[in-house]
Design a protein around this ligand. Structure first.
Ligand SMILES: Cc1cc2nc3c(=O)[nH]c(=O)nc-3n(C[C@H](O)[C@H](O)[C@H](O)COP(=O)(O)O)c2cc1C
Length: 375
């Protein structure tokens, strides 16, 4: 069989996967407004991409109303959102799929127009994203990022609690587990990295202190789910959203070694070659491979993502660099991606213009191979 490693079974926590091709978390900005709850269209999108024994990591979902930085993103803090997600989960389960939800707080990657009361977004320290990186306001105007407000020490526990509550909400919605978003320049990573964390309390300074917030969030979420249903995503060597640790090795070695004994469901990397979170067409070459560097420090399941093809995914698994590979962009445009890769069917190219926001177009109207074959 072609791609034998990719299409071999894998156990993640209590779940038996039939193959190792994972759907990466993908923000698509198509939730219902103003509830920011998943709607029928979102149910259809996930159901199209569900396979028996296949793992989907559902898109990053803000843990609180203060955790947003973009419009139309589905939350996981209200009853309407829990109900909307339940419909998504039921549809994926009906096809025999496994589905985790990615828990998100954007920290400084926001704008006051997204914040309740129009206040500044919060972050570990009052360090803005460089002015050359633009963002959008809630009404769609291009603007620079603002300087965020540094969280008071006494406020940090409240943010950890928001993650815990969101994890409980995801459980109420019927998800099979959750993934903590510790990647791509968002709040958890802002605590981890030295240029965004200038704190002098127990959450800043030493690597151990900068890792404290991640560990508290992880322990809180484990308290809800048990470790074997909790994954975590990291992007060492990443530069998304103004992130970037000058010397990632000491920091990420510490983080991964601290997480390893917890018995988590998996560790999930964004490979540095596609660190713009899928924003660039070209993958950078000659950059480190996160899975190869950090695999020796991780004894559990390792998922990697970023610029993989069926062949490179299969080779990475066969070589023992990763246990499963998550696909982003080509899963957007190929709802039947596992089948296409398994049979070597051609792939439909994605349309970047319809990645974020909109409706059916570029979301649920990508054909499966059989429809193409008939056309
Ligand atoms: C439209 C789009 C939305 C994304 N949203 C998320 C997200 O919500 N959470 C996340 O961790 N990564 C997100 N990413 C990054 C992807 O999960 C993935 O790591 C990246 O696209 C590289 O994989 P690929 O080369 O297979 O596309 C997004 C990427 C794209 C293109």
């Amino acid at each position: 069989m072609k791609l034998k490693s990719l299409f071999s079974p894998l156990t993640i926590g209590p779940y038996q996967l039939g193959h190792r091709l994972v759907m990466a978390p993908l923000t698509r900005m198509r939730a219902e407004k103003p509830s920011l709850a998943p709607r029928r269209l979102n149910v259809e999108y996930y159901a199209q991409r569900a396979t028996a024994g296949g793992l989907i990591i559902a898109e990053a979902s803000p843990v609180a109303a203060t955790a947003f930085g973009s419009p139309g993103v589905p939350g996981i803090y209200s009853d309407a959102q829990i109900k909307g997600w339940r419909d998504v989960v039921d549809a994926v389960h009906a096809k025999g799929g496994v589905i985790f939800l990615q828990l998100w707080h954007v920290g400084r990657v926001s704008h006051s127009s997204f914040q309740p009361g129009g206040v500044l977004p919060v972050a570990p320290s009052a360090v803005p994203i460089p002015a050359e990186l633009k963002t959008g306001t809630a009404d769609g105007k291009s603007t620079s990022y603002e300087t965020p407000r540094a969280l008071e020490t006494s406020e940090v526990a409240g943010v950890v609690e928001a993650f815990r509550q969101a994890a409980a909400n995801a459980k109420a919605a019927g998800f099979d587990g959750v993934e903590i978003h510790g990647a791509n320049g968002y709040l958890v990573e802002q605590f981890l990295q030295s240029h965004t964390n200038l704190r002098t309390d127990q959450y800043g300074g030493s690597i151990e202190n900068r890792t404290r917030f991640l560990m508290e969030v992880t322990q809180a979420v484990i308290g809800v789910w048990g470790a074997d249903r909790v994954g975590i995503r990291l992007s060492p060597y990443g530069v998304a959203n103004g992130s970037g640790e000058p010397d990632p090795m000491p920091l990420y070695s510490h983080v991964i070694k601290a997480l390893d004994p917890l018995g988590l469901a998996y560790l999930h990397f964004v490979e540095p070659r596609s660190s713009g979170a899928g924003r660039a067409e070209v993958n950078w070459q000659n950059v480190p491979s996160a899975m190869e560097l950090f695999r020796p420090m991780w004894s559990g399941v390792l998922i990697s993502a970023g610029g993989f093809t069926g062949e490179t995914a299969d080779a990475a698994i066969a070589a023992g660099h990763a246990d499963a590979i998550a696909f982003g962009r080509i899963f957007i445009s190929n709802p039947d991606l596992p089948r296409r890769l398994q049979h070597g069917f051609p792939l439909t190219p994605y349309n970047r213009a319809t990645f974020y926001g909109g409706d059916v177009a570029g979301y649920t109207d990508y054909p499966v191979h059989d429809e193409l074959a008939k056309a």
